[in-house]
Design a binder for this molecule. Structure first.
Ligand code: HMG
Ligand code: MG
Length: 295
């Protein structure tokens, strides 16, 4: 059975913009996030406190986070790969951070320059501080179905990383199909596997739409009791360490699917579409959502 309501976590400003070749001015990012704040979200991922040598697109993280309007009731979060990133995020009052691990060794090395086990050790230090600082921590796992370097990944491999992230204190684990190779069958097997150790309320799904199957996979996840979905307005994005991966599933498309299914998202679809049009026009990045309004 399908849930009555779900929570959508907006990825556009972070996952979306991190892999666009063009680095947008901070002014545009700030206005983009301010416009998103009027669309009805409870969660917007704003930026990442990663090395600017690795991802220059997020190099204005401090400025962007400081300047955005923080609408009451909306949680503005950011990615932090290590204690240095965590301390920067904390210095500008980020209330929720995300750590990011991988289900594959190859991607872990390419993305954060360490093994899976080393990354978990690194994250323990963040968790320790976050606990004291009362900052909530979300966990991501990349390459949950397959990896551009290591090939296919088993549900058991994901289950083991998910359990570690839960044990160190993540309140929610987002399962990332980084290269967008998921299918409903694979989604079912994956979610069954992680639900041995995690409650459905502790699991989020994060599909990239490379092969246009993200919506089917989301439908499968919702039927299995998952109620948190990551998506990106205008289907922005990709991954700087996964060539050819396209954006996250479009927020407008997920919101429209949910509307058709009678599932509450709290989002204003017209406001989303107008924001996607604005973003596409000002940035030159195409709007890849299927659901669009033509203004
Ligand atoms: P490293 O080079 O091993 O780090 O990178 P290091 O500790 O040796 O430091 C090297 C330099 O970086 C030093 O500067 C540090 O100060 C600096 P230098 O002395 O050379 O001038 N540095 C930092 N600067 C700013 N902020 C920091 C920071 N840390 C070190 N936090 C590191 C290791 C993890 C830092 C690097 O690999 C990195 O930044 N990786 C991030 C990559 C990334 O952002 N990937 C995309 C996000 S994950 C994703 O998109 C997947 C997801 O969407 C789910 C899915 O779809 O799968 C979440
Ligand atoms: Mg992603």
């Amino acid at each position: 059975t399908l849930p009555k309501a779900i929570r959508i976590v907006e990825m556009g400003p972070r996952d979306g913009l991190q892999s666009e070749k063009k680095i947008l001015p901070s002014d545009i990012k700030v206005e983009f996030i301010n416009r998103l704040s009027e669309c009805g979200y409870k969660n917007i991922e704003v930026t990442s406190f990663v090395s600017p040598k690795w991802v220059p697109q997020m190099g204005d993280n401090l400025e962007v986070f400081q300047r955005i309007y923080k609408k009451p009731g909306v949680t503005y979060s950011a990615l932090t790969p290590n204690v240095k990133g965590y301390e920067s995020a904390k210095s500008v009052g980020v209330p929720e951070v995300a750590i990011f691990a991988s289900a594959s060794e190859g991607f872990s090395q390419k993305n954060i320059n360490c093994s899976i086990e080393e990354s978990i050790q690194r994250f323990r230090s963040i968790m320790h501080s976050a606990y004291i600082d009362k900052i909530r921590v979300r966990g991501y796992i990349s390459c949950v179905f397959g990896c551009p370097y290591d090939g296919e990944i088993s549900p058991e491999a994901v289950r083991s990383v998910a359990l570690k992230l839960k044990e160190i204190g993540c309140y929610e684990i987002s399962l990332g199909d980084t290269i967008g190779i998921g299918t409903p069958t694979k989604t079912k097997a994956l979610i069954e596997s992680v639900l041995y150790d995690l409650a459905p309320s502790e699991v989020a799904v994060h599909f990239h739409n490379t092969f246009d199957r993200a919506l089917e996979n989301i439908f499968t996840a919702l039927e299995m009791g998952i109620t948190t979905v990551d998506s990106s307005i205008a289907s922005l994005g990709g991954c700087p360490y996964a060539d050819g991966a396209t954006g996250n599933v479009s927020t407008e498309d997920v919101a429209f699917l949910c509307q058709e299914l009678g599932i509450e998202t709290g989002l204003d679809i017209n406001a989303l579409c107008r924001t996607a049009n604005w973003m596409s026009k000002i940035s030159g990045i195409p709007n890849r959502s299927v659901y669009q309004i033509h203004e």
